[in-house]
Design a protein. Structure first.
Length: 697
């Protein structure tokens, strides 16, 4: 199989990248492109080259797997781009679908770029903790100016062909005949118009450009990944140093970044996310249940958020609730979410109008009859959900899928109520559902493989990161969160303050500390879930379990919504609650919990995280999650775990499992009333195996 196909027609050489699925630019592909360019150079009958990608896209960029062995890499893409610039014959990149990372760098190394409308172009290396190392930091600023270039590289978000044209990244956008347009450009360049060599364009040394460098330098110094700051320095060199020096600097910085723990963690997540969603791309479309129309039952915050997701993906949706007033509120919430999407540039005004046109509302559950996928999002109450599922089971067509958005209830029990359990699945969206990327797909005991594959494909279509979970209390994410919150409440009883706990975990990198999070999402919501879970013995029935949360709720201190919870809320300000110390001390005394005058941040971080990590190993052992990577994907996408640390399970591996065990034993000795500190059997086995490997190495 050729990596690159080469043919000539009418004095033009067509060089096609041909490596399924995404034309990744690995070392072999770059060498093959080099050869093809050389062949075109040597052929006197060839006037110039059209460079394009066969099959799905132009190219997804460098092969990320090669970054695991940084010291074996050479600056091959830099060399290829320089060779193209010196070819003496015009090379035009014909871009369709995607030109990302190294692929865009390759395109800017060409003499012109023609893009198919709707194609996406970007430099997303920063999302892997890296920088564009194929000369991109040098050429892109020359082409589009420093400000736009820094935005592309530091923001990392791809832009579409029209935007790329507007900033000068591509020369022409076409709606059809991409290759013919590129060939015409080659002829134009070869027979008159001068050939523009990007790296010889003058550097952007305007005062605005220098000011932008300074602004970005200050901004990126605070970040927890070094890639952004390195990008600024490379662009600075593009202005002040000879091109060869600047390119050498870019390459050295790239290799340094590949070795950083942050980049390793981000690369782990890149592949973990693909792996977690694999079913969604693997199943043949004919094997899936055709989904054309959606019904969402319950027009509250979750229901309207879920409806928004499907509308924005182009599905017609019927939103159902018992009262017209609830439907009105739901419709308003959807409209507000769509308007916010217009403001953020996610879709146009016209698209938003089209989306809302596809929304109907009804108070009669029978209206769900025409839907292929019905998602219930009613109040989190077992008997209510059971009743709704039972009725839906009688209403919908034989092939339709019934999904429940429960976050804590037993999907198998709900499925049993429908008399068609093989068609039932859990789709656990996170709030706000139209914003949060994570979707836990809960595979019930009776769920058919076809229904599972369809749910995964639908998740992909609505732009969600799917992770499959088995049935258990809280599924993957919330079950692990229990341990985290259990320790939060205990630490408060032992003498830590909400502010200290939040500060310690936020300094570790969590997006939001647990006390702030509970106040925001509602102490009442969490307390009710715990009480129900204790009643059903899904969690410990110890009287001290999640005591602070339950007691605060009993006192009406439900967080932000009631002005007081773990904090006192004064507008946006979070203040300590006046009586918190006395209150927590008296509750601690009631349960014989000793108070301490000082608790270290290290203890806070390790107790909260190790409680969840230990549960993570139990979850794998019970096959609720298939892989450690799936857990990492859940926690980084749904629970604010810092991406540059790769997720809780990845972090446990970085700490080393024997260290994890040692800390669990330390906590187990100190807190004998908490049986969960016993190491999960799988963790104990793997830690022992690690020790053995180390001692025999
Ligand atoms: N290097 C190595 N493998 C890559 C890759 C890359 N640059 N980009 C994608 N892949 C792999 C994926 O891991 C996946 O592998 P799998 O089938 O074994 O799971 C496969 O290619 C298909 O990718 P997928 O993301 O499922 O396809 P998609 O059509 O949904 O999306 C892209 C295509 C290009 C938009 C997406 O893959 C992407 O954003 N890739 C990363 C691009 C990037 O960051 N490039 C810069 C590298 S420095």
């Amino acid at each position: 199989m050729n990596l690159v196909n080469y043919h000539t027609k009418d004095a033009i050489a067509y060089v096609a990248m041909a490596k399924a699925p995404l034309n990744a630019l690995d070392m072999d592909m770059i060498a093959a492109l080099h050869e093809a360019m050389d062949r075109a150079r040597r052929d006197s009958a060839v006037l110039g080259v059209v460079l394009f990608g066969e099959a799905r896209m132009f190219s997804a960029g460098a092969d990320i797997r090669e970054f695991d062995a940084p010291d074996t890499l050479r600056p091959a893409l830099q060399e290829l781009c320089s060779a193209i610039e010196c070819l003496c014959k015009p090379v035009v990149a014909a871009i369709h679908t995607c030109a990302l990372g190294g692929a865009l760098e390759l395109a800017v190394g060409c003499h012109a770029r023609i893009a198919m409308i709707g194609s996406r172009l970007g430099l997303p290396e920063v999302s892997l903790g890296l920088l564009p190392g194929g000369g991109g930091t040098q050429r892109v600023p020359r082409l589009v100016g420093t400000t736009q270039a820094l935005q592309l590289m530091i923001g990392g978000k791809p832009i579409d062909a029209a935007q790329a044209h507007a900033i000068g990244l591509v020369d022409e956008v076409v709606t059809s005949d991409l290759l013919a347009s590129a060939a015409a450009a080659v002829i134009r360049l070869a027979t008159g118009a001068s050939c523009r060599v990007t790296s010889r364009l003058p550097a952007d040394v305007s005062s605005e450009s220098l000011a932008e460098i300074e602004r970005r330098r200050t901004q990126t110094a605070r970040l927890s990944t070094p890639a952004q700051a390195a990008i600024v320095e490379c662009v600075d060199r593009a202005m002040k140093h000879a091109p060869e020096d600047a390119l050498a600097f870019e390459w050295r910085e790239l290799i340094k970044l590949m070795h950083t723990p942050q980049s390793r963690a981000l690369r782990h997540l890149f592949f973990a996310e693909k792996e977690a969603a694999r079913l969604s791309t693997g199943a043949a479309p004919e094997a899936l249940v055709p989904i054309r129309r959606i019904a969402v039952v319950g027009a509250g915050t979750m229901g309207s958020g879920i409806a928004t997701c499907f509308l924005a993906a182009g599905f017609p949706v019927v939103l159902l609730d018992v009262a017209d007033a609830a439907l009105e509120r739901g419709r308003d919430a959807i409209q507000r979410a769509l308007d916010a999407g217009v403001r953020r540039g996610r879709w146009s005004c016209a698209e938003s109008a089209n989306f809302i046109d596809r929304l109907t509302t009804a108070t009669d559950l029978e209206e769900a009859a025409s839907a292929d996928l019905v998602i219930e999002a009613v109040f989190e109450n077992l008997s209510l959900k059971r009743e709704v599922m039972q009725r839906l089971g009688k209403i919908v067509t034989h092939d339709a899928i019934l999904a429940t958005n429960t976050s804590t209830l037993n999907v198998d029990e709900l499925a049993a109520a429908t008399s068609r359990p093989s068609q039932v699945i859990g789709m656990h969206f996170f709030s706000p559902a139209h914003v949060m990327r994570l979707l836990e797909i809960v595979n019930g005991r009776a769920t058919s493989p076809r229904v599972l594959a369809t749910a995964m494909a639908i998740a992909h279509r609505i732009g969600k990161q799917a992770v499959v979970s088995g049935v258990c209390y809280g599924f993957i994410g919330n079950r692990m969160l229990e341990g985290y919150l259990r320790e939060t409440d205990l630490l408060l009883l032992e003498g830590a303050s909400p502010a200290q706990i939040d500060r310690a975990l936020e300094a570790f990198g969590m997006a939001m500390g647990p006390c702030r999070m509970l106040d925001m999402s509602g102490v009442d919501v969490s307390a009710r879930v715990v009480e129900e879970a204790q009643r059903r013995a899904d969690v410990s029935r110890d009287g001290a379990y999640r005591l602070v949360c339950r007691r605060l709720h009993a006192m009406g201190r439900d967080g932000q919504k009631s002005g007081v919870g773990y904090y006192r809320h004064d507008g946006q300000k979070l203040l300590p609650v006046d009586d918190q110390t006395t209150l927590y001390a008296s509750w601690a005394a009631e349960f014989g919990i000793a108070r301490r005058s000082s608790i270290s941040d290290d203890e806070i971080v390790h107790r909260c995280l190790l409680a969840s990590i230990n549960e993570g190993f139990r979850i794998i052992d019970e096959r609720v999650a298939s892989r450690e990577g799936d857990i990492d994907v859940v926690w980084t996408n749904g629970y604010g775990f810092p991406r540059h640390l790769g997720g809780p399970m990845y972090q446990a591996r970085q700490w080393g499992l024997p260290y994890v065990i040692a800390r669990l034993e330390e906590f187990a000795k100190r807190y004998p009333r908490e049986p969960s500190w016993a190491a999960a059997p799988l963790l104990a086995v793997q830690a022992a195996a690690n020790e053995t490997t180390r001692s025999t190495a």
